[in-house]
Write a protein that binds this ligand. Structure first.
Ligand code: NDP
Length: 315
């Protein structure tokens, strides 16, 4: 028996698609992933407080709690899910075939919501202090009380680094951009805004060696790569802005991707280059990357898949 629709991915995009598909009686199967994209549930699983997801006015909600609600809501309407990594897909024949670590699934429509993994440096105390002063998303976490009036570090030199540093100035006492070279990669206009900001200073030719702190982050050990000199900066937050890697390797080149590996869809739509395959969430979005935008495109993907299945006489 073929599935009507299979959803790969279990973040806000995947489970929103599952809620909509389940309510349309499509009985979706969600392949949540296990280790391939980090952990099941996507990037929110490593986020302590989510204060900007609408609907939670009294202090927000924790990332894992929010994802648990997404999953339960989808399951309530009949979505089934399995925590298995997808290893490969065969989109050359219909129904499509999806191979996981445990089984092979046949499916008429496929929704890809595998997200993107934020790059990390893997410094020695990173795992211990993650979400305790360390984050890979200043827009998501920067407004939390723990970062207010603190010295904050943003690591990276691209558009995300300068944009997030500028954003953090709303709350921080001071923001250092820590960049490994003597020149930013960010676009000139965004650089200018950051470089001229009185609260922002760039530490050129500098890398993060380690983070310091017991329960919460209290400092960072930095190294100047030209002089080899190391120093400790007291700070209340370290934000990685090192770029993201879209989780599209398992597609094996069967769907059109952009030069960075994100799935290409028509602007504002979720159809991919293969008919019957839809994509949503961070795997198509390198600009906004928010839980709410991922949920939005997840909804769109389910509606597009439902419509397409109807056109094929499968409902
Ligand atoms: P980028 O890949 O552009 O930048 C990543 C930055 O991290 C680079 O400066 C890079 O250094 C640095 N970096 C990477 N790995 C390491 C490492 N191991 N150690 C130290 N530094 C490291 O990612 P972004 O997220 O900034 O941007 C991604 C895309 O999204 C871009 O196309 C960007 O233009 C776009 N974007 C647009 C925005 C807007 O227009 N508002 C906002 C945010 C992103 P180096 O420069 O030396 O390689």
């Amino acid at each position: 028996m073929s599935e009507k629709v299979t959803i790969i991915g279990s973040g806000p995009a995947g489970f929103t698609a599952a809620i909509y598909a389940a309510r349309a009686n499509l009985e979706p199967l969600v392949l949540e992933g296990f280790t391939a994209g980090g952990i099941p549930g996507g990037q929110l699983m490593t986020t302590t407080e989510v204060e900007n997801y609408p609907g939670f006015p009294d202090g927000g909600i924790s990332g894992p709690d929010l994802m648990d609600r997404f999953r339960r809501q989808a399951q309530e309407f009949g979505a089934r899910s399995a925590q298995e990594d997808v290893t490969e897909v065969d989109l050359s024949r219909r129904p499509f075939r999806v191979r996981t670590s445990e089984q092979e699934v046949e499916t008429h429509a496929l929704i890809i919501a595998t997200g993107a993994t934020a790059k990390r440096l893997g410094v020695p105390r990173e795992e211990k202090l993650w979400s305790r002063g360390m984050s890979a998303c200043a827009i998501c976490d920067g407004a939390l009380p723990m970062f207010r009036k603190k010295v904050l570090l943003v690591i990276g030199g691209g558009d995300s680094a300068v944009e997030e540093a500028t954003y953090l100035t709303k709350f921080a006492a001071k923001v250092y951009i820590v960049h490994r070279r003597d020149e930013l990669r960010a676009s000139k206009i965004m650089q200018k805004r950051a470089l001229e900001h009185p609260k922002i200073e760039v530490l050129w030719d500098t890398v993060l060696v380690d983070v310091l702190g017991d329960d919460v982050l209290s400092g960072a050990r930095l190294k100047n790569v030209k002089t080899g000199e190391e120093r400790v900066v007291e700070c209340g937050g370290v934000f990685y802005a090192l770029g993201h890697i879209p989780n599209t390797g398992f597609l094996g080149g069967q769907i059109e991707l952009d030069e960075k590996g994100y799935i290409l869809v028509k602007p504002g739509r979720t159809r991919t280059s293969v008919e019957g395959v839809f994509a949503c969430g961070d795997v198509i979005d390198k600009v906004y990357r928010q839980a709410i935008t991922a949920a939005g495109t997840g909804c769109a993907a389910a509606l597009d898949a439902e419509r397409w299945l109807g056109e094929q006489g499968i409902d």
